[in-house]
Design a protein around this ligand. Sequence first.
Ligand SMILES: Nc1ncnc2c1ncn2[C@@H]1O[C@H](COP(=O)(O)OP(=O)(O)OP(=O)(O)O)[C@@H](O)[C@H]1O
Length: 737
Amino acid sequence: MRNSSTSANDVMMEIEANKPQGHGIVVGGLSPLSETLWKEKTNTEFIGDVSARLAWKDLTVMVTLNSGETQNVLEGLTGYAEPGTFTALMGPSGSGKSTLLDALSGRLASNAFLSGRVLLNGRKANLSFGTAAYVTQDDTLIGTLTVRETISYSARLRLPDRMPWSEKRTLIESTIIEMGLQDCADTVIGNWHLRGISGGEKRRVSIALEILMRPRLLFLDEPTSGLDSASAFFVTQTLRGLSRDGRTVIASIHQPSSEVFELFDRLYLLSGGKTVYFGQASEAYEARFTLPSPTSPFCFFPSETSDKIGTIQRRLFFAQAGFPCPALRNPSDHFLRCINSDFDKVKATLKGSMKLRFESNEDPLDKTTTAEAIRILVDYYRRSQYSYSANERVEEMSKVKGTVLDSGGSQASFFMQAYTLTKRSFVNMSRDFGYYWLRLVIYLVVTICIGTIYLNVGTGYSSILARGACASFVFGFVTFMSIGGFPSFVEDMKVFQRERMNGHYGVFAFVVSNTLSAMPFLILITFLSGTVCYFMVRLHPGFTHYLFFVICLYASVTVVESLMMVIASVVPNFLMGIIIGAGIQGIFMLVSGYFRLPNDIPKPFWRYPMSYLSFHFWALQGQYQNDLMGLEFDNSSPDLPKIPGEFILEQIFQIDLNRSKWVDVSVIFVMIITYRIIFFIMIKINEDVTPWIRGYIARRKMQQKNGNQKQTIAPYGLTQSPSLRAYAGNNGPNSNR
Ligand SMILES: Nc1ncnc2c1ncn2[C@@H]1O[C@H](COP(=O)(O)OP(=O)(O)OP(=O)(O)O)[C@@H](O)[C@H]1O
């Protein structure tokens, strides 16, 4: 953990090749606003050329499968991405696009091992969650916030506290303009009951959040997936615009239209984890263009063609390799058609006239299998000028050592993070009808039902059991209904995970804000419904008795929420989470002392420790005392003396009267704090320990398999992917994570 006054050296790795001369004069590729931001961050007047030149050489990624078998997902990839360019990773499904993106951005899964070199500005890149921005495929945004609010909260969470609000606002507004979101800036993102912005706009909001800190390197996983062709074009055009601002943009793209394809600068085409093509996107297929001079160092065309200078029709990569793009076929469709082996299966299923049509086609691709086409293309690329020039350029780039700016992590203080998150969460809860408002309605309806059924319960003989049953229902079933908030918790966790992966704030700030923001709603719900229930049933009269009842109800509902948050941190699937939460609460209810009296509960396990772990048990113990103590009840016959509440408590409900009811409710508050601590620990375990254990298991399985087979599978030098711990430790300027 580092303290918040991050030194310039922590953030700016060294300036060698581009060392500025004089005082504060060199600003490479940064807009004035970005420059201000970086100056805040680096606390220095000197900023060298901070553009990101990424190169990778002989990159191999091997994954360990459950069986212990290993599989090479990427094999010996070499390539580069330069500032001011937009590089598209393309390939059929399963070709390794996402894995390449993850390998370059330091986000590989724990069972994945990497060999080869990834260099950022000539230095071994440690891009683990921070140096670059990464936009994932899912738009996990808060549906109730407007676009401007979403970006503003993100800015407050990450920009330094001491940065004036006017500057922050300029940054927010410039980001909105840069992403072309002006028209929908005040429209809500949208959720199940709020109609919001379109899919393409959502994607641009996700990108806006990541470019807010002005990263020099931007990774995007399938930014156009699920969008119609117009939205996909607009998103890609925006990405190209971002690259033109001196940024390095790399995106995996599945099946681009020809208009989208034209926007790519470089194309990295993958099949089965191997390079099929890497070079200018326009040079992959037949095109009309101007040849460079044969004496130019950038003239990489085959010698027999490089003697012509001028604008001519060229046969480029795919045509040279024997697979020209037929007229009227979208080039990207053609590339994927060439390298997607699923087409072999499609061809095999064709019969009759369809098959004949395929075989009589002029396209050479129809006369060979896709597997064979892939083999030819991979071999052709390996021996081509394209591969040669890529290797040369990577070598050149690895020799030039430059500045690496660390754009990740929040620069805001813990208090700013906690305050902003609490406010954002509160606003979301108050706007989302499904979060608490619906629950308030249901709670009121249910408590009115309870009130009418136990109306004015009195102190008759039969009311003894009725009071017990009423308390048991309120503190058992009514608190149980809090489980209904679980889907909202899961959504919160998704947003948290995305933001956390990109270093937007610390775990502690999230846990604190999550606790505080829900508090007013829970107080409102429990005090309103508790009041209805208390006065309709006419429980033990007196203000302290009323207060105890509602406080105990509040504590019980809050403890259920805290338990469900712990479950959400472990099981992020809402159906499974609800089932697990219901199961745990069912067990706790069983040992609460109502369905089986405390002394009758089997001692091992059920009485000790289960009943003591059950918050229902403590709530009932407290409420029984609160309700019965000091009252007198009619006996079964009018001739018999009245029964004191203390007698019922001790003899019938088996309550320990030596313990104050306030102690009982305090235990529930201790449980709330304990669950919140467990919640914090579970998040940390998920971030730090789980990937380590998974990696260890993967390594062990691989070693065992190697031992059994008496051969070495893992190539020498394979290293495991970095974990989130590395990210939090190295990149977060805030020590308060
Ligand atoms: N951590 C992992 N463990 C096991 N297999 C993996 C792992 N990561 C990737 N793979 C496998 O590697 C192959 C490539 O996966 P990857 O997600 O990179 O492909 P992709 O080209 O992005 O596919 P898509 O377009 O469908 O997202 C797949 O067969 C996938 O199952």
